[in-house]
Design a protein around this ligand. Structure first.
Ligand SMILES: [Zn+2]
Length: 900
């Protein structure tokens, strides 16, 4: 799935990482939620009883469903016949079922004679259907289990569920769709719902004549029934796990392309009829992606068709069901006039992610959810790599470092992190997280560079070929990579791929590599130690060290120059570093670790950044910012080093380093910590504002026809930050554009509207503030309302903000708040500026009793905000050194850097 992630409700966005793409946006991912997410995910489980006993396994399913969603009726009836084999003598058949009412149940032997049953039991907690047979069934015997049942389409986006959309004539149309990963197939029909179990499925669906049934396979036959419904019977699937089964009953329209060379394949894309003009990009990129994936892995997608469907309500970003991939609409539908560049970027990446799963996940499946990184890690890695191939205008190969590697490094340094391989039994969705996706992709990317692209590629081709149509664990991957590595002599003879990868897969966390240079001996020492926000321990890893030294050039500077073996704390290398040179370790951040340097080596890097930053790759600049900030916050490097390094940003015009600098875990984190104190916050604003001045002038407010793809989102990010940091020309420019948009004389594109309104509202008059507030109240579009709320919180007038907060207490009948908007308002005010913080405190003090007795005052999320404010105050003291530097800098420059 795509997580764009899994599973988790995050205030600003729903981030789901399931089989879907989880695009982690480090600018919108609230830090606290990120922490909660990782903390929540990894409670240890000890019981084992939620696994099927597996005394029998299915070989074939014949599933018939009768639906009435075309009549807006949500009950359905079904009949499933399961051919099964006993693996040992038993008098119980145990499979999964949840929510179905069973009307008939019969077990037949190989001669089609019914067997006498004692009873069957539905174990609600474990979602087991336990069938007790009067006689003991011998091992290795075949049976047919017949179950007739009725059920309701669910309304929680899981299992077989109802979705709806508004048709162009204003009527509500209902459709029925599935989402089975991880364990929701059992709620649609009784089945053996574990990922290692593969069986064939022959599915038939009856629906209204104006609707169409679609499933994993093409239809084999369609018949009109006496009841004036249409019965569609689909061809038999390959052997596959239940979580990849999919079907839907819709009145969607579609576009189709039939590919001939090198193999024949029909690709069709489905959506509601009003989106018929938004399907071309998805269809074309689907074609491009599947062909690129087939070439890279030298393998053929061997189902006859590959459909993609845009679902109006979908829990995840997308889901890779074999032959019928489903997407949330925003990750598939592209409108030439209204979609943003970011939309396109996410659509291409999501499609690629899901199509990589057609092999990593569908063809080869992990034995259990423990190793879901074998699906999601590969889908993440190749989502970026293959997307870069099919859409070269987007810098995916660099974005993987800032979106995936750095996000994973951040989460994986928390004490609550977990290993990539992690057993779960009940809370299955908890492993669809940043570790499975972003760390999985990052560790596999490191191995790709450590072994070399062609060795890694050969190993993966072997892995897919040798394990196709079966279930795997990490050892199967190690073996395939080992045989390729051995052929190419890609790793030291003293070790194996399994030995190298094991600590990365079976241990949590990662190392910090510290580099020190002794000029007199000409020796560079690389030392490893566990990097943790908590207490580092003595664990070690096999660490591939790559570096750049321009006097010692290599054709591929990501290649491993030296390994630090597991169990070894340091290795030394003879290196001459001339006085005008710098040593850059882990260029392009291909290794999954942080790097610290001694003072002299940091100094050389900073000198280079100040003099000629473009000489260092953008990802490495971004990585130096990220590592130095994290090391400074952890007390592992002098704050002065980081402070001096950040100064080079005044010349930086590239999105990649700025993305990292302004991320929630970097300057945004510091912004939140310092805003409790007006003087400290003023010094931060002056400093960061001065760094951004040149950038804002360069990017401007208007889009240019030939500018790079990422400049849309870059401009939006820079304007919001530059204005907040007090840069006057930013505020006046934003204010003018906001007024033109409000008056309707020049409408803003949606991608930048929030940033412009945020900047424009900072110094707005009461009349202007009220005008925007009224626009918010008039809007009926939830995402537009959220945009206005976020922008209103940018005001730097304390009284306006207090008045804004007062409305969450329910004052004034004419003010309408939708569900969740009260919390959105509080969040937009309390966490972004010093004035917002003061307004929040004043509101708390003034209305304390009213708040506590109001509905918001009783919400757990509100109490989490109160705790966050207290943490922030406590955290302030940790930034004493930085504040001293900022104040000294401000005093020296007398604030004269900020343009007036
Ligand atoms: Zn996925």
């Amino acid at each position: 799935m795509e997580a764009r992630l899994v599973i988790w409700l995050i205030s600003a966005l729903v981030v789901f990482s399931n089989g879907q793409r989880f695009k982690s946006d480090r600018h919108n991912l609230p830090l606290n939620d990120l922490i909660l997410l990782s903390d929540r995910a990894f409670e240890e489980r000890s019981f084992t009883s939620f696994r099927l006993p597996n005394t029998s396994v299915p070989t074939q399913y014949m599933l018939e469903l009768d639906t009435n969603v075309h009549l807006n009726q949500f009950t359905y009836s079904g009949k499933v016949q399961i051919q099964l084999t006993t693996l040992q003598a038993t008098n119980q058949i145990v499979l999964h079922s949840s929510g179905s009412t069973i009307n008939k149940l019969q077990l037949y032997n190989a001669n089609q004679l019914p067997l006498a049953l004692n009873e069957y039991i539905v174990d609600e907690e474990r979602q087991f259907l336990i069938i007790n047979v009067k006689e003991t069934l011998p091992a290795n015997a075949n049976y047919r289990l017949l179950i007739e049942f009725t059920n309701q389409l669910r309304n929680d986006l899981t299992g077989f569920y109802q979705s709806s959309y508004q048709a162009e004539d204003g009527t509500t149309k209902y459709i029925a769709v599935t989402q089975f990963e991880a364990s929701f197939a059992r709620s649609a029909f009784p089945c053996y719902d574990e990922p290692w179990i593969r069986a064939t499925f022959e599915i038939s669906i009856s629906c209204g004549l104006s609707y169409k049934a679609t499933s994993n396979m093409p239809f084999a036959a369609i018949a009109i029934q006496p009841d004036q419904k249409k019965l569609t019977r689909f061809r038999v699937t390959p052997r596959m796990p239940t979580y990849l089964v999919a079907f839907m009953v819709t009145d969607f329209v579609s576009k189709r392309v039939i590919l001939k060379e090198p193999t024949s394949l029909t690709m069709e894309i489905f959506a509601r009829s009003s989106a018929i003009d938004e399907l071309d990009l998805g269809l074309q990129k689907g074609v491009d992606a599947i062909r690129a994936i087939e070439r890279y892995f030298d393998i053929t997608y061997d189902l006859p068709k590959l459909d993609q469907a845009a679902i109006p309500s979908f829990m995840f970003g997308a889901m890779e069901n074999w032959g019928l991939v489903k997407y949330a609409e925003r990750y598939l539908l592209y409108n030439d006039n209204t979609s943003s560049n970011w939309d396109k970027e996410a659509i291409v990446a999501t499609i690629t992610h899901e199509l990589v799963h057609q092999f990593f996940g569908n063809l080869v499946t992990p034995k259990w959810w423990t190793d879901i990184f074998l699906n999601e890690g590969f889908a993440t890695l190749y989502e970026y790599q293959i997307s870069a191939e099919i859409e070269p205008s987007i810098r995916y190969e660099e974005l993987i470092a800032v979106e995936a590697v750095q996000t994973a490094l951040y989460v994986d340094s928390r004490p609550s992190t977990r290993p990539l391989s992690h057993y779960v039994e009940t809370d299955l969705m908890s492993v669809f997280d940043i570790i499975a996706y972003q760390k999985g992709g990052s560790v596999l990317r490191m191995m790709k560079h450590a072994l070399g692209e062609s060795t890694f590629q050969n190993g993966l081709r072997r892995y897919l070929r040798d394990n196709q149509h079966s279930a795997v664990d990490p050892n199967d991957l190690f073996e395939s990579l080992q045989s390729a590595a051995k052929e190419d002599a890609a790793i030291p003879q003293t070790t194996t791929v399994g030995a190298i990868m094991s600590p990365w897969v079976y241990e949590s966390g990662y190392p910090l590599v510290t580099v020190s240079w002794t000029p007199t001996s000409g020796e560079v020492v690389f030392r490893q130690q566990h990097f943790s926000d908590g207490t580092p321990d003595s664990r070690t890893w096999w660490v591939p060290i790559s570096f750049r030294l321009s006097s010692q050039p290599v054709s591929d500077e990501t290649e491993t120059r030296v390994w630090i073996p597991q169990g070894t704390l340091q290795v030394a290398v003879s290196l001459d570093i001339p006085s005008d040179e710098y040593l850059l370790v882990n260029p392009h951040q291909t290794g999954y670790y942080r790097v610290n340097y001694d003072g002299e080596l940091w100094g050389k890097l900073i000198d280079k950044l100040m003099a000629d930053h473009d000489a260092i790759p953008a990802v490495s600049r971004s990585q130096l910012i990220d590592d130095s900030l994290k090391l400074a916050m952890g007390g592992q490097v002098e704050v002065e080093v980081t402070f001096e390094l950040l100064k080079y940003l005044k010349n930086e015009e590239d999105y990649i380093p700025w993305y990292t600098a302004l991320a929630s875990d970097n300057l945004q984190f510091i912004n939140k910590a310092l805003l409790v104190d007006e003087v400290a916050y003023g010094a931060l604003k002056a400093f960061v504002g001065s760094l951004m001045e040149h950038l804002i002038i360069t990017l401007g407010f208007e889009e240019r026809s030939s500018e790079p793809h990422e400049h849309q989102q870059f401009r939006a990010m820079a304007i919001e930050w530059g204005c907040r940091m007090g840069y006057d020309r930013c505020r006046t420019g934003a204010h003018q554009l906001m007024m033109e948009d409000l008056e309707g004389s020049q409408l803003l594109p949606s991608y930048i509207k929030q940033s412009i309104y945020c900047g424009g509202l900072m110094d707005a008059t009461q009349e202007e503030f009220v005008a925007v507030f009224n626009a918010y109240q008039r809007s009926t579009d939830l995402s537009e309302r959220a945009m206005y709320i976020s922008a209103l919180g940018c005001s730097e007038n304390k009284q306006f903000l207090i008045d804004f907060l007062v409305i969450v207490l329910g004052a004034g009948q004419e003010i309408s708040l939708r569900s969740g908007e009260a919390l959105q308002i509080v969040r937009s005010v309390y966490s972004r500026t010093n004035i917002g913080h003061e307004a929040f405190q004043a509101w708390l003090e003034q209305f304390n009793d009213l708040i506590l007795s109001s509905s918001i005052g009783r919400q757990a999320d509100f109490h989490a905000i109160l705790a966050d404010v207290e943490n922030r105050k406590a955290n302030f003291g940790n930034f004493a050194q930085l504040i001293t530097l900022l104040k000294a800098w401000k005093d020296q420059t007398e604030g004269g850097v900020i343009s007036k």
